[in-house]
Design a protein around this ligand. Structure first.
Ligand SMILES: Cc1ncc(COP(=O)(O)O)c(C=O)c1O
Length: 350
């Protein structure tokens, strides 16, 4: 159980009402489907659990993904603060940059991406191509060294403000930092209602770690849900990710005036599935990508969701999850990335 002994349990409507007081702009197509994956289950052997896929790749806006849920709250805050532009800092294949550039286009803001140099700058493809299509202003940082990145980011922000623009600093704004967890507190209620309709309870949730996993972990704790969140790091050491998740969830708790907090140990965080490093596909991730594609016609990406799914595949094969249990895999999207990794994927699944 994710729930700490003695913690107060909130009613679903009570939590929905609390979140309803936050500024929000509706963009996502909700609820997203919760689908059975019977052929994936069968491929994992006779002792595999029931597997349900939460299709947050299908949130609808600008090719979808988990972040569309986050952006509903971020856009609410952007409006409340009267911003006319937003700035993000990401690599070429960033889902975050693609979705925020698209958000800006949709609401008549200017988007500035401080682009961190990476191996996927050329050819222009996947998310970077979409950034161009939706008209983002792309500023190339001279190197990926932290000092260069911060200096470039500060210059872009400073230049815009000197021109009298009201700029929303996406990575540093405190409400922006909490928006992802707010989106997934609400998704926790959505998920519980879908599970009720199926007459099933889920003991495990697997997904790529971040603010979404933080929201689901805190959501489970507040609502007394039986699930344990397994947050799969695709970049940083587990301890760093755990601290980041607690900060994100507790930022949301502060916005909502909740005394209950996400604490270390409330979720399982692992860094065992990163492989070589962020942005480099792992053998296990590519195996999971091919398995999902070939059993369910389900497309996962090589950087986030493939690695997260490889953790679920590993846990089932290792017998860590029983056949009488139910596991949810949250598909957080990221599909445009796939097209920038054709060579690695073809080589890895040959
Ligand atoms: C596809 C995908 N899944 C998961 C994440 C994890 O982070 P968060 O939950 O904060 O979006 C990201 C972040 O970029 C992502 O692009």
């Amino acid at each position: 159980m994710a729930q700490t002994t003695g913690a107060r349990v909130y009613g679903r409507q009570e939590l929905v009402d609390l979140i309803g007081a936050l500024p929000r702009v509706r963009i996502a197509h909700l609820p997203t489907p919760l689908e059975e994956a019977p052929r994936l289950r069968a491929a994992l052997g006779p002792d595999a659990p029931r597997i349900l896929i939460k299709r947050d790749d299908l949130t609808g806006f600008a090719l979808g993904g988990n972040k569309v849920r986050h952006m509903e709250f971020r856009m609410g805050d952007i409006r409340a603060k009267g911003a006319d532009s937003l700035v993000v800092m990401n690599v070429a294949q960033s889902n975050h940059a693609r979705l925020h550039s698209s958000l800006a286009a949709r609401f008549g803001l200017d988007a500035y991406i401080v682009k961190i140099p990476s191996r996927k700058d050329e050819p222009v493809n996947g998310n970077l191509l979409l950034d161009h299509i939706v008209g983002a202003h792309i500023i190339n940082a001279p190197s990926a060294a932290p000092d260069d990145l911060q200096a470039t980011f500060a210059r872009v922000l400073g230049d815009l403000r000197a021109q009298g623009r009201v700029v929303y600093d996406v990575p540093n704004d405190p409400v922006s930092k909490a928006a992802g967890a707010c989106g997934y507190l609400l998704a926790s209620v959505e998920l519980l209602e879908q599970l009720d309709a199926l007459g099933v309870s889920a003991q495990h949730i697997f997904l790529a770690s971040g603010t979404s996993s933080a929201g689901l972990a805190l959501g489970g704790k507040l609502l007394g849900a039986p699930w344990r969140v397994h947050a799969i790091s695709i970049d940083n050491p587990a301890a760093t990710v755990e601290a980041y998740m607690c900060a994100a969830a507790n930022g949301a708790a502060a916005l909502l005036g909740l005394a209950e907090l996400l604490e270390p140990g409330d979720a399982d965080v692992t860094d065992a599935f990163i492989g070589e490093r962020y942005g480099v596909p792992s053998a296990a991730g590519l195996e999971a990508l091919a398995l999902a594609g070939r059993t369910e016609g389900l497309i996962v990406d090589p950087v986030y969701t493939g690695k997260a799914l490889s953790a679920l595949v590993h846990a089932v094969r290792a017998g860590e999850i029983g056949r009488d249990e139910t596991v949810i895999f949250v598909h957080t999207g990221g599909l445009p990335i796939t097209f920038a990794y054709a060579e690695e994927i073809l080589e890895g699944i040959a």
